[in-house]
Design a protein around this ligand. Structure first.
Ligand code: FAD
Length: 277
């Protein structure tokens, strides 16, 4: 879509050149959402791709993805020997990429940073990053930065903790989460529809504490973690779903009603509990 109010596009190559950001400015990563609907309040786009951020870096602490890393690259990491040799969670990267409704254009250009910044309930990268204990690093205009868990980063549908002119720089999936055994379930009202619920599980190695954590996303207005010291019983899992997810968090939109989402989440969560037992 043509964005007729845009009169300038900036291509910063260093951090200092990104700011100052003014009213009417928007940073752009893949541009797949920005170009998909009218943005009459915007006058200038700041393309982040010239900053040359590494798409991913494999560190002792875990897997760090640059905010401009594309869905296609994240999916490809699931087949990378560098990940598969050390990290059981590698297949989850591709699985979560398939939870995004997308054309090949979105597959090739949409970024994890754009998806996290939008913070939609159906945000597949929100599911992935929350489900791997992701920690985001955010740059501020005064040269500073801060970190947040992805669970705390998303505060509601299309809401996150970033200030107006903050820029999401990267997300780290800690090594303990990458070493964990994972399980993935997604359901949508139609085969290619946006996600109605995405439920992820991770079972940490004994050396990492051996616990099991479920992440509920897609079904709720923001992602929720349900950590258990060990594999929960059916009753413990049902209790946690009722007690730890506020009733008002179950989400209704054209991709599913709240009561349906609550019901299918229960079914899928039990499947994950059995798979990771
Ligand atoms: C047909 C279609 C289907 C879609 N399906 C889905 C879906 O199923 N689930 C879903 O979640 N989304 C969906 N989207 C929305 C969108 O395409 C994706 O969320 C995509 O991942 C956005 O990434 P992007 O890099 O293209 O973001 P952009 O379009 O570049 O930016 C999106 C927003 O995030 C901001 N932003 C981008 N990067 C940063 C950053 N590093 N720091 C701070 N702010 C930033 C931008 O200013 C803008 O407000 C769909 C879009 C279309 C057109």
């Amino acid at each position: 879509m043509d964005l007729n109010t845009i009169s300038d596009i900036a291509f910063p190559e260093t951090r200092d050149e990104v700011w100052p950001l003014l009213d009417g400015d928007a940073v752009m990563a893949g541009g797949t959402w920005l170009m998909s609907e009218p943005q009459v309040h915007l006058l200038r786009l700041i393309d982040l791709n010239g900053l040359g951020w590494e798409p991913y870096v494999i560190r002792d602490e875990g897997l760090q993805l640059g905010a401009t890393c594309t869905i296609e690259t994240i999916s490809g990491l699931s087949r990378s020997d560098a990940l598969l040799d050390n990290w059981c969670a590698a297949p989850l990267l591709h699985q979560c990429c398939t939870a995004l409704l997308q054309s090949f254009k979105i597959w090739k250009t949409a970024t994890i940073g754009g998806n996290l910044s939008l913070a939609f309930p159906a945000g597949a990268m929100v599911s992935l990053a929350a489900g791997l204990d992701g920690v985001v690093t955010i740059w501020t205009g005064d040269g500073g930065e801060y970190q947040s868990s992805v669970i705390d980063f998303v505060t509601g549908p299309a809401e996150n903790i970033m200030g107006t002119h903050d820029v999401l720089r990267s997300v780290l999936f800690p090594a303990a989460a990458m070493r964990s055994r994972t399980a993935y379930r997604k359901i949508a009202l139609s085969p290619l529809g946006r996600s109605g619920a995405v439920i992820l599980g991770r079972r940490y190695t004994d050396a990492d504490g051996g616990g099991l954590t479920l992440t509920v996303s897609g079904a709720t207005d923001r992602p929720h973690d349900l950590p258990f010291g060990d594999v929960p019983t059916q009753a413990e899992l049902d209790h946690a779903l009722d007690e730890r997810i506020p009733p008002q968090s179950w989400y209704t939109d054209c991709h599913g009603a709240a009561d349906w989402r609550r019901a299918v989440t229960g079914v899928l969560a039990h499947e994950i509990r059995e798979e990771l037992a």
